[in-house]
Structure formats: C-alpha cells, structure tokens
Design a binder for this molecule. Structure first.
Ligand SMILES: [Zn+2]
Length: 507
C-alpha cells in the first residue's frame, strides 16, 4: 500500500452552503442528461492526451467531446498518476487487438490467394509487409477506422471528458451522479497499476459495480501487462521477418545450406544467435520481473484492503483549491455516506466500511486473481499479440510451394505451424523467468537476477526449437515433420494448461 494519509476533514471541511449543495450520499439513479459517453477514438486521440495527470485549477475543458447517452459500453476506471502511454496501450489491447488479428489474417489470406494466381505485384514481400502493416494499423487506429466505416462507435465514460471541469455546479452534479452513471455502464474496465487500490475514487467506482445483485463484467487489465504484450508482439514481428529473410535467401541459393555441421560453424552461428537472443530478451525480462512484483503487491493490497486508508486529492490539498483558494468539498464524506447506504445496517457506525473492505478482500480478490494471478495475460490477447505476426509467413509459403528445394508440396503449410508454437513457447519461458526473477530479486541484486534469467531464457527457448529443426533437416520426411509439429503443439497446450490452472502468483 502507498502512504496512508488520514483525512483531515474534521477541521477543514468547508461550509456546505458555499457550494450551493448539501452533502448527501451520491445518487445511484442518474439523471438522463448527466449520463454522458465519449467515443473511444476521441478518448484515445493524440496517443491518450486525455489520460495525462490533471492540474487542479488549470483544467482544459473538453466536456464538449462527450454527449448524452442512454448506455455506456465501458466505464474506464484508472488512477491519474499512472503513465498515459501505458493506459493507452492497455485500451488498444482491450478494444483493438482482436480486430487487428482478424484483419491481419484476412489480409494474409487475400495476399496468398493473389500469389497463387500470380497477380500480386511485389509477390510475397508485399503480402507479408501488408499483413504486419494492417495489424498495426488496426491496433493503433481501429476505433478511428470504425468511424470511417460508419460503424457505431464504442462509447466510454472518462471522468475528465464526461463531467464538466470548469463549471463547478455542473461538476458537483456530475460527480454526485457517478453511481448512477456506473449503473448505466455495461462493464467496468480497470486499468490497474499498483496505485489503484490506494485511491478513494477508484475503489468507490469498484464498490458501485460490486453492490449489484447481478454483478456486471469487470475487466481487469494491469497496464504493465499490456506494455509487455505489446513489446513481445514487436519482438515476434522482428523475429518472423528475420526468419522470412533467412528462408528466402536459403531458397534463392544466396545463403549456402551447410554441407555438414563443422565445429567452427556451430560455434560461430551458435554464439551469434545466443548473443542476439540475450540482447533481445533483456528488456521483456526486466519489465516482466517488475510486472510480477506489481502482481505480488496487488495480492497484498487486496488482502489488507481498507477504504479508510485510501487517498483522495481533496484531503491532500487540505480542501482548498490551490489556484483560487476556494474551499473544496471532501469527497471522502460523500463516498462514505454512499457506502453506508449500500452496505450499512443499523448497528455499528463503521460496519458498512468494514463490510465493503470484506467484499474487496474476499470476493473481488478471488475473481481478480483468477484472471491475472498466474502472471500470464488472458489467452485471447496472448494469441492476438504473439500469435498473429506468424501469419505473415503464409504469402511466402504459398510463393515457395513450387520451390525446387521444397521437399514436397505441402511441406510449407505444415511447417508454418511451428512459428506460432515457437512464439508461444518463448512467451511461456518468459513468464517462468519473470516469476523466478521476482522471487530471487528479494535476495539478490537486480543486475544479477536479470543476467541469470536472460541466460536461462536463451537456453530454454532454443532447447525445443533447435531439435525440431535438426530433426526435420536430417530426415526431410513428411511423417516426421507432421509428428514433430503435433508434439510441439502438444507441449504448448500442456504447458499453458498448467500455467492457467494456477490462480495465484506463486513467487
Ligand atoms: Zn477530503
């Protein structure tokens, strides 16, 4: 938990008369005109400019970007101090990664079809480049493309854009109606960072969703995990491009196939491969270890959660606007009174707060850890980000189908399946290194942990892939190829099955 600032509202609460409102609990029935949504493409414009930390009293009003709406597709809950870039990537991942995966597959299929008919200018290079380009185009600009295609935009609620910032009366009314707005939202998206559960408003937004009998979906996305998946996707894209270049040069006779495995060639090629892998793996391993340490904090935060210890800006500012000096209402009062209405009974003054703490510590903790506890991202995002770059190989394999050196016509189509398997295997190894690294880093200096984990990853990734290649190079037999691809995938299914079965970050 972060530092616990006690609310000084006992001495510094402003006179409620000055705000023209009396303090009552926050309403959970929203006035229709106050339920406002902003199209996701506007919310994400300029790489998440609206997610920048606000300056109290110097807020630019972008209220006009939002409009009244009957229902909100997603209520975005986040903490302002977390980097805007990581929150933006997390939203790209949640809303754009699956459409990007479908669009890339479709492009690759189309390009492959055209190559089969010899009608694609630039042949497989155009097809593969277009596949990667379409993936990133949809990943970064998917919501804008939706608008261009006249599809209904995804409506989200972001407090800064959907609550008036420069009209104090409208602002108070908007804040007071937050619970009602949440009730009209289809799901709650939590962009989590270790600060999240220390913030009063973040936990209040959560409380609103948890109070419903039929709890609506809560999508929990650690922002560090989103960055990791994106960086892993970039590494796989580079890896696939290098692989394609080597395959092409070997097939075109530019690269000689080794006549035999001499000690020299093994040492030279092996060392070059090892050193480049070591360098490429360093960053994802470092960020991954940090991510695992964050997850450990998450478990501690949720186990010891206390809404009384959460922080809010008004208390930090001593309930005075730092620019105008005007008094600010204490949000804590409003929130606590609302919680009393939802979780309270007639006995004990603080029972309702304890009861809410209990819901977070037990019910929410169990469901959050079920999703992210193992440290691995949800499978659909993993496949979209780490599996998709491999489909760029289809156009090249269709192009190579009649190659002299192809062992048999369908070799390339079967051989393709090793690529997503290698990418998934590498990611599994990374998750194992993060967990081990996070455990060891409590006792060892970070540089030592990083070097150790990097060496381990560089040993484990080729440990499965290299035997696969050697076996098929040696036998050049369709049956051996098919069996080894099936065995490779069986290994992937078993390893991921074991990984996702773990509901707890065991480090
Ligand atoms: Zn306060």
């Amino acid at each position: 938990m972060g530092e616990n600032r006690q609310c000084p509202h006992e001495e510094t609460l402003p006179d409620p008369q000055q705000s023209r409102h009396s303090i009552t609990s926050l309403s959970s029935v929203a006035k229709t005109e106050l339920v406002r949504g902003v199209p996701l493409d506007l919310c994400l414009q300029n790489w998440g400019v609206h997610f920048r930390a606000p300056h109290v009293g110097k807020e630019v009003d972008n209220f006009g970007l939002s409009h009244p709406a009957e229902h909100i597709d997603a209520f975005l809950s986040h903490d302002w101090r977390t980097s805007r870039f990581s929150k933006t990537i997390a939203l790209f991942l949640i809303f754009n990664s699956l459409p990007a995966c479908f669009a890339a597959c479709l492009t690759s299929l189309l390009a492959s079809g055209m190559i089969a008919l010899d009608s694609l200018p630039g042949s497989w290079i155009t097809g593969s480049a277009a596949t990667h380009a379409v993936f990133y185009l949809v990943f970064f600009f998917g919501q804008r493309l939706r608008r261009l295609a006249c599809l209904k935009p995804t409506l989200v609620f972001l407090d800064r854009l959907c609550i008036a910032q420069n009209d104090e009366e409208l602002k108070q009314e908007g804040v007071r109606n937050l619970a009602g707005i949440l009730a009209r939202s289809r799901k709650l998206v939590i962009l989590w960072s270790p600060r999240y559960f220390t913030r009063l408003w973040c936990t209040f937004e959560l409380a609103t969703f948890l109070k419903e009998e039929n709890v609506k979906p809560i999508q929990f996305m650690p922002t560090a995990m989103a960055l990791l998946l994106w960086s892993a996707s970039l590494v796989v894209t580079i890896g696939v491009s290098v692989y394609q270049s080597v395959t092409y040069r070997t097939q075109a006779g530019i690269l000689e196939e080794p006549a035999g495995w001499s000690l020299n060639s093994i040492l030279i090629n092996g060392s070059a491969m090892y050193i480049s892998m070591f360098l490429v793996m360093a960053a994802p391993i470092y960020f991954g270890i940090q991510h695992m340490r964050d997850l450990l904090k998450l478990e501690q935060q949720m186990t010891g959660f206390s809404i009384k210890a959460s922080e809010c800006t008004c208390c930090v500012l001593n309930h005075r606007n730092p620019v105008t000096g005007e008094p600010l209402l204490c949000d804590r009062e409003l929130v606590f009174q609302t919680l009393k209405r939802w979780y309270g009974t007639d006995t004990g003054s603080d029972d309702h707060l304890d009861r809410f703490d209990g819901v977070v510590r037990e019910r929410l903790r169990r469901s959050v850890l079920r999703v992210v506890g193992s440290g691995a991202p949800p499978l659909r995002y993993l496949l979209a980000m780490v599996g998709t770059p491999s489909v760029a190989v289809w156009p090249q394999y269709v192009y190579l189908r009649n190659s002299e050196k192809a062992w048999f016509a369908t070799k390339w189509l079967i051989d393709f399946w090793k690529l997503p398997a290698v990418a998934l295997w590498a990611f599994w190894v990374l998750v194992a290194c993060w967990r081990t690294g996070a455990a060891v880093s409590r006792h060892c200096p970070m540089w030592m942990v990083l070097a150790g984990m990097d060496l381990m990853a560089c040993f484990l990734v080729p440990a499965v892939w290299v035997p696969y290649e050697v076996l098929n190079e040696r036998y050049r037999d369709p049956v051996v190829l098919t069996i080894s691809v099936v065995l490779f995938w069986a290994l992937i299914v078993v390893m991921y099955g074991l990984l996702y079965k773990q509901k707890k970050c065991r480090v």
